[in-house]
Design a protein around this ligand. Structure first.
Ligand code: F3S
Length: 66
């Protein structure tokens, strides 16, 4: 199982993650990424997850294996 984590201390709201995971990533009122708990877990490490990790310039979008 893979779980998305957004490092809220480093997210600057670049929104690149949104372009790879439009159904998953949401934003708070200040424009920082957040992922609802119900959408944070994924059975597989998909290309979209890899791309979102690779394209976050702040390294704030992370996927951890559980
Ligand atoms: Fe934040 Fe990185 Fe997405 S800075 S909005 S987690 S691309």
């Amino acid at each position: 199982m893979y779980r998305i984590r957004i490092d809220s201390h480093h997210c600057q709201g670049h929104a690149r993650c949104l372009s790879f995971l439009p159904e998953t990533v949401d934003f708070d009122d200040e424009g920082y990424a957040q992922v609802p708990e119900a959408k944070s877990r994924h059975a597989e490490m998909t290309d979209a997850l890899r791309q979102a990790v690779a394209n976050c310039p702040e390294r704030a979008f992370q996927v951890v294996e559980e």
